[in-house]
Write a protein that binds this ligand. Structure first.
Ligand code: HEM
Length: 449
C-alpha cells in the first residue's frame, strides 16, 4: 500500500516535539545509565521527578496524534518511532523477531562492549540458537527452576550472614550492605560457590558496562573484554554443580551458541533484580497491611523447598511495574510494516516506553499505587501491556529465575523481622508512589517481630 507523506502517512512529530522527547525521555534515561546505573544521576532524576515528565510527554503526543505509531523527526538514515497504543505494543512484542528484530542498532552498540554475540543483539539463525540455549539453561517455561532448592539454600546462607551483620550495626540496613550480599548470591547462582568472593569479576564487568553506557561514543576496552571472557570461561569449564554453569555445561551447543556471550547478560541482569528487591522491601515497609499478607505467605511455606511465593512475586512485579529497570524496550523493523495510519519504513527503531504503559493514569485506576493484586488477578488489566520483562517471543527468559531468587530473598529478610524505612516518610501508602525510587539511598531499621 503506497502512501505519500514523509513516512508513509504515519504521523510525524515536529522538530520541537522530537527535541522534547529527546529531553524528557532519552536524556534522563541515558543520564541514569542504560547498561549500568550512575547512582548520582539516579538521585538527581528522582529529585527532579523527570520520569514523570517522560510519561506526560508521551501522553500529550498521544492526545495530539492519536494511536500512532508516531515517527520522530530524526534524520532519514535513522528513522525512529514511538509506540503510543497498547495494541500496537502487543503487536510489536508478538511479532518479534520478524519484522520487529530485537537486534536494534543502539542496543547493539551498547552491548558490543561485553557481549557482542548475545541473543538480544543477534538475528536470524544465530538468534534462534542463542534464544534456544538461554531458554534451556534458564528453564524459561518453569516457574521454579530445577535448581530452585539449591538457590534457596544460597539465599538463606547469604541472607542470614547479612542479618547478623545488620544486628551488629544496630539494626541498620542500607544499600551497600545489601548489594554486597546480593552480588555474592548472583555469583554463586550463576557460576557456583567458587565464584562467591570473586569481586574482581564483577568489577571487570562493571567497567565494561560503564563503557556500554556510552555505546558507540566509547572506544571500548578490548583487552579487558578478552580478560573478562577468559575468566568467565574458567568457571564455565568447571560447570560447578548447583549453579547455572552446570546447566550450561550440560546444554547442547554449536558454533553459533557462544555461551560466554550469553552469561554476561545473566550476571549483568541480576543487578537490576537486586535493586528491584530492595525497592520491594521499601514498598512493603511502607504498606503494613501488605507486609502482613507477606508474613502469612512466609509462614505457610517451607522456604527450603523453593516454593512459588505468589504474593512476594507479585510485590517484586509491582516494584518493576512502578520502577521498571528496563524502561526502554527497543526493536528494529526488518522490512516496511503496515499500520492503520500508514507505512513505517524498514530499519526503523521502534521504542516502547514501559512507564508510559505501566503508569497510564488515564486508564489504570491504581496506576500510581502499590497494588500486588494487579498481578494476582491478571485478568483485571486484560491485554494491557505490563512489560517489565518485555513480552511476546522476546520475553526475558530469566524472568522465573529472577522471581524465584528475589522472592526467596524477600522472604528470608522478612521472616521474623520488621522493617521501617529511614526516614519513615520516604514512601507513604497514603500518597502516590513516586516516579522513581532511588535504591542507592534507601535505608531501613530492622527489628525482631
Ligand atoms: C529484574 C531483573 C530483570 C529484568 C527486569 C529483565 C528484563 C528483560 C527484558 C525487558 C528483556 C528484553 C529486552 C529487549 O527486548 O530489549 C530481557 C532479555 C533477556 N534477559 Fe532479562 N531481565 C532481568 C533479569 C535477567 C536475568 C537474571 C537473566 C538471566 C539469569 C536474564 C536473561 C535475559 C536474556 C538471556 C535476555 C535476552 C532474551 C532474548 O532476546 O532472547 N534476565 N530481560
Amino acid at each position: 500500500m503506497a502512501r505519500d507523506s514523509v513516512h508513509g502517512s504515519l504521523p510525524t512529530a515536529t522538530l520541537g516535539e522530537t527535541l522534547a522527547v529527546v529531553g524528557n525521555v532519552f536524556v534522563p534515561n541515558i543520564a541514569k545509565g542504560v547498561i549500568i546505573r550512575r547512582p548520582m544521576a539516579v538521585g538527581v532524576v528522582e529529585k527532579l521527578g523527570l520520569d514523570k515528565r517522560s510519561i506526560r510527554r508521551l501522553q500529550k503526543l498521544n492526545e495530539k496524534y492519536g494511536p500512532g505509531p508516531l515517527m520522530l523527526n530524526t534524520p532519514k538514515s535513522k528513522p525512529m518511532a514511538l509506540v503510543l497504543d497498547p495494541d500496537h505494543a502487543n503487536r510489536v512484542l508478538n511479532e518479534t523477531p520478524e519484522p520487529f528484530a530485537t537486534a536494534e542498532w543502539a542496543k547493539q552498540k551498547a552491548l558490543e562492549h561485553f557481549e557482542p554475540d548475545m541473543a538480544l543483539v543477534s538475528h536470524g539463525p544465530e538468534r534462534a540458537e542463542r534464544r534456544r540455549f538461554n531458554e534451556e539453561v534458564l528453564q524459561s517455561g518453569c516457574p521454579v527452576h530445577g535448581l530452585g532448592a539449591r538457590f534457596a539454600q544460597v539465599v538463606e546462607q547469604e541472607a542470614s550472614e547479612l542479618l547478623t551483620f545488620v544486628e551488629r550495626h544496630h539494626g541498620k540496613l542500607d544499600w551497600s550492605m545489601f548489594e554486597a550480599t546480593w552480588n555474592r548470591v548472583v555469583r554463586r547462582v550463576v557460576l557456583g560457590d567458587t565464584a562467591r568472593d570473586d569481586r574482581a569479576l564483577t568489577e571487570m564487568l562493571e567497567k565494561l558496562r560503564s563503557a556500554g553506557n556510552w555505546a558507540f561514543l566509547h572506544p571500548g576496552h578490548d583487552r579487558l573484554q578478552d580478560a573478562f571472557h577468559e575468566r568467565l570461561r574458567t568457571y564455565l569449564k568447571r560447570g560447578e554443580a548447583g549453579s547455572l554453569a552446570a546447566e550450561i555445561a550440560r546444554a547442547s551447543t554449536n558454533a553459533n551458541t557462544q555461551p560466554e556471550h550469553q552469561v554476561p547478560q545473566y550476571l549483568f541482569a541480576f543487578d537490576p533484580a537486586g535493586m528491584t528487591t530492595f525497592r520491594a522491601l521499601a514498598l512493603l515497609a511502607a504498606h503494613p497491611n501488605q507486609t502482613e499478607r507477606a508474613q502469612v505467605e512466609i509462614t505457610e511455606h517451607d522456604l527450603e523447598r523453593a516454593p512459588k511465593l505468589d504474593f512476594l512475586r507479585a510485590c517484586v512485579l509491582e516494584s518493576l511495574r512502578l520502577w521498571p529497570t528496563t524502561p526502554l524496550v527497543l526493536r528494529q523493523t526488518t522490512e516496511e510494516t503496515e499500520w492503520e495510519n500508514g507505512t513505517m519504513p524498514a530499519e526503523t527503531s521502534v521504542l516502547l516506553l514501559a512507564p508510559y504503559f505501566h503508569r497510564d493514569d488515564r486508564y489504570l485506576d491504581d496506576a500510581n499505587l502499590f497494588d500486588p493484586d494487579l498481578w494476582l488477578q491478571p485478568g483485571e488489566v486484560g491485554n494491557w501491556p505490563m512489560i517489565p520483562f518485555s513480552g511476546g517471543s522476546g520475553i526475558c527468559p530469566g524472568r522465573h529465575v529472577v522471581l524465584l531468587v528475589t522472592s526467596l530473598m524477600l522472604a528470608r529478610l522478612l521472616q521474623g523481622r520488621e522493617y521501617r524505612l529511614e526516614p519513615p516518610t520516604r514512601l507513604l501508602s497514603s500518597k502516590p508512589m513516586p516516579p522513581l525510587l532511588n535504591n542507592y539511598d534507601l535505608a531501613f531499621k530492622v527489628t525482631g517481630r
